[in-house]
Design a protein around this ligand. Structure first.
Ligand code: ZN
Length: 457
């Protein structure tokens, strides 16, 4: 009896030591209410501010969106699975995996009172949420934007009349890749919506109001079935899952080795649906900064930044045009003035895959270095790829890949970077920036970075 009393006491003691810590952490940010679709969520731990980053509890948000969250204790790992999409995070690690692709995080996920808090931007970009900070009420508002299960898509989910009896849905009896043709066979008429998604390249086929026959392996909820593809020049694998239970939509994803388009061969009215898949060109926008009445920076020797930017951009254009997998779109090829919004417009209307803006810098006479700027998280891999070639090519101090709030890289929706090749206000760098060999070498490096990123030869 004495022994039991002792252990109960010691347990109470342990608890009383733990409680203040837990409640302190839990209340640290309790003045930040969290809303999802204007419903107030009641997480165990409220959002907190770390530096300038709002950190939100991942589990309650994910689960409210129908995603599955699993916690792996040994690795301090959180896995969020929704349909074909997977996000993996680690406590105290500034890196995440989104569909097996690495993305840096501005703040590492934190474990507070058993709850994982992650940067709100990660949630927004990968679970299809629009996130707003209400400055008057000091609250976080998240609104589900679209389907949210496929980062990078803008297409709304197909709208089809839903048969109230799922037993009436046509059954898919086979999904086969034959050469460059994907063939889907169903027991009755089916319709489809096919679209291309970048990062990583893939074609997505949604087939609403359909189900699987017993001849096809059925995916479990939140998992997908993979069809291996061996040694295909364009396609690495095919996978499928139930994407939207409400409309019984089956989603087939064709993972590509490079960008591809499709043409429909059979439209599904007879139960047969097929598309031919073919390589398409990547659209690269090269944006020569400034122009005409906007000269940009002025060099120590009186040269204008707009002229350097244009000369460099034309060299990059000439090199890219030699590549059969790339189509170049220029925002300007002469000394003309194009407003920032106009440059964004050109890229958006072209449906560009990437956007590269070329500039030269100006600051103090002693300022030196090559800088590559990104604004949106999805642009970091492009910034990394180009900077890896650009910095050694200039030979200037490597000032690294940086976040920058520039209009053209912020307002575009494809991966976009802004290069500050060097400083016109520094005597050494100004001399190099006007040197023809230097310019050729730098143009080469930018093109190599672009090709590396796009994985084209
Ligand atoms: Zn500039």
């Amino acid at each position: 009896m004495k022994k039991i009393v002792f252990s109960v006491l010691s347990l109470l003691l342990v608890l009383s030591f733990m409680l203040p810590q837990i409640s302190q952490a839990a209340t640290a940010g309790s003045n930040i209410p969290l809303y999802l679709n204007e419903n107030l969520l009641t997480p165990e731990v409220s959002p907190i501010l770390v530096g300038n980053t709002t950190m939100v509890p991942i589990r309650i948000i994910s689960e409210n969106l129908g995603a599955k969250v699993t916690w792996t204790q040994e690795e301090s790992k959180v896995t969020i699975q929704k349909g074909l999409n997977q996000i993996i995070l680690w406590i105290n690690k500034n890196e995440s995996l989104v569909n097996a692709k690495k993305y840096p995080l501005e703040e590492a996920p934190q474990l507070i009172a058993g709850n994982t808090l992650v940067p709100v931007r990660l949630i927004a970009e990968n679970l299809g949420l629009d996130v707003k900070w209400d400055n008057t009420t000091h609250s976080v508002h998240m609104v589900k934007t679209a389907d949210g299960s496929t980062p990078g898509t803008v297409q709304p989910p197909p709208i089809v009349p839903v048969d109230p009896n799922p037993n009436h849905y046509p059954e898919l009896s086979s999904i086969v890749l034959s050469g460059n043709q994907l063939q889907v066979q169903a027991s009755g008429p089916i319709s489809s919506k096919v679209f291309y998604v970048a990062g990583p390249d893939r074609l997505v086929m949604d087939i609403p109001a359909s189900t699987f026959s017993s001849t096809v392996p059925k995916p479990l909820p939140n998992t997908n079935v993979e069809i291996p593809v061996a040694n295909h020049p364009l396609i690495s694998k095919i996978r499928y899952a139930y994407n939207d239970p409400a409309t019984s939509t089956i989603r087939i994803v064709i993972d590509l080795k490079r960008k591809a388009g499709f043409t429909q061969v059979d439209n599904g009215t007879t139960g047969k649906l097929s598309i031919n898949i073919a390589e398409t060109k990547y659209k690269v926008v090269i944006d020569a900064g400034h122009g005409d009445q906007d000269p940009g920076a002025k060099s120590v020797t009186g040269k204008k930044e707009k002229d350097f930017n244009l000369a460099m951009s034309l060299k990059v254009q000439a090199l890219l045009q030699q590549n059969p997998s790339i189509e170049v779109v220029m925002t300007r090829t002469t000394d003309t003035f194009i407003p920032l919004a106009g440059r964004v417009d050109i890229a958006q209307k072209a449906g560009a895959d990437i956007f590269v803006s070329i500039h030269a810098n100006a600051w103090m006479a002693s300022s030196r270095g090559t800088e590559t700027y990104y604004n949106r998280q999805e642009s970091i891999p492009l910034a990394d790829a180009i900077h890896r070639y650009l910095a050694p090519a200039t030979g200037f101090p490597d000032s690294g890949v940086r976040y920058g709030n520039f209009h053209v890289i912020r307002e575009t929706t494809m991966p976009a970077v802004l290069l500050e090749v060097g400083y016109l206000t520094n005597v050494i760098e100004d001399a190099a920036l006007s040197n023809e060999d230097f310019r050729n070498r730098v143009a080469d490096s930018i093109v190599n970075g672009i090709k590396d990123y796009l994985k084209v030869k």
